[in-house]
Write a protein that binds this ligand. Sequence first.
Ligand code: DQA
Length: 142
Amino acid sequence: ETIYVLNGPNLNMLGIREPEIYGDESLDDIAASLEGKAKSLDFELEIRQSNHEGHLIDWLHEAQNENAKAIILNAGALTHTSLGLYDAIRSIRTPVIEVHLSNPHARESYRHKSFVGMAAHGSIAGFGSFGYELALDAAKQL
Ligand code: DQA
């Protein structure tokens, strides 16, 4: 079973970017520990990052076409703006698990709306990089 782990804009800057909010691990660090967790759950991971909305939309479609079991999606700031991502998630049957390192609801009001969350199966936020591991456990239960 394959799980897509899709990351949006500026998440390539993890470790450097506002570490007091997002932690000091890089996306590669997170990917490495996630691979260990995936092995124990018998999952194959497809871990990707893009700063471009269209890539994320193409990958959501691809996950469906490849019969992925689930998609873990941290869409970064596109979470709060992208009707295109909302429509893409609604266009596929593959369940999407929304993840955020921080808890957007405890931050600025412009982060309170989530186009991803409105279409996702469920959401995990505020647990730092551990949220991705929680999402893998959640995917196992689907
Ligand atoms: C984020 C939260 C978003 O509001 C922000 O734009 C990000 C990261 C998170 O993981 O906490 O880029 O998705």
